[in-house]
Design a protein around this ligand. Sequence first.
Ligand code: UD1
Length: 386
Amino acid sequence: MTATMPSIMCIVGARPNFMKIAPVIGALRADPLRVNTCLVHTGQHYDAAMKHTFFEQLGIPVPDVDLEVGSLSHAVQTAEIMRRFEPVLDAHRPAAVLVVGDVNSTIACALVAAKKGVPVAHVEAGLRSYDRAMPEEINRVLTDQISDWLFTTERNARDNLLREGIADEKIHFVGNVMIDTLLHHRLRAVPAEQTLGASGDPAPFVNALNGYGVLTLHRPSNVDDPAVLKRLLTTVHDLARDIPLVFPVHPRTEARIRAAGLESLLDGARLLRLPPLGYLEMLGLMAGAHLVLTDSGGMQEETTALGVPCLTIRENTERPITIEQGTNTLVGTQSARIRAAFADILASGGKAGRVPELWDGQAAERIAAHLHASLCGGAAAAVAVR
Ligand code: UD1
């Protein structure tokens, strides 16, 4: 790092962080005369399918530091990230630490920085499901409390933060960096035909490309309890009779299906199991889908940006704008409601929706402008919106 320039240490750890950090690092590095950047990967996700593919496809620089923590219980993983991150922070002495999203790596590094007096920037601040049974909700609330810049994706987030006593001047509505990535890579998405064609036995799917759905499940609340998992897999097995479903399976879900002996529910010819996909493959698959069934936070937003109907298999969402303005519908985890909403989309085409305010591909530039102005002096850029 150049000693005279302030430096920003950016943190990533898990798969949903990668598409968020990519445009932020790009925007910060676009003006190398103002700030240095350093990328730390905690190693929370480490498999090629959960990590390397994303770095390659999104052009994320090789991390300067890899803490290599791996999979552990929440407490041990968070503690281990903190233990390994502290000396890195001491050695680099950045002017700010930038964290994204709501995973364990987010809170762990934010907490170490805040206690050392290093200011924290939180990208995707203020989202709330108001469900403390979700580990991510705890991570969100705590990270926001100790952050100095809170960059939000939707206007509701400011109200959530103000209710929690956060000072208004710390909150900056900048838009959605994940949608920056989506818009940037949209034309490079791998066509669904290619992904399905490479998958072994794709015949029923290739023939059915006029209509297929995409399914993802990985929330602990949906996959860790064998009874809930069985109910959901039975439901999707039945839904696949109406339209084939492509199911890229998260490692957590794969392990739970095997442990619960539920593989036979996935053996139907119209439900295609795939390993976790790269970003460009998943983008192509979603963009071409008739509908998406998911419990992912990011996919609720991505489907809204793509205009593809989404059924969210959860009781709540921290991303209400995808319901109010986008293509998302919350359907809970009970079969009857999921089936009814699914049938509705097949009959009527589902919600059309519109793209929310500032999901325009420029969010990372707005964040960089704020940080440049704060750390290097000068007026905040005109692009910043309050
Ligand atoms: C984490 C995030 C979640 C995010 C998800 C996306 C937290 C609290 N949760 O959940 O918000 O939506 O990432 O994937 O941070 N595993 C592998 N290879 C890997 C990583 C994990 O096989 O590279 C397996 C391990 O068995 C591990 C399990 O997946 O125990 C869960 O991984 P973990 O990082 O603990 O949580 P996720 O469920 O991935």
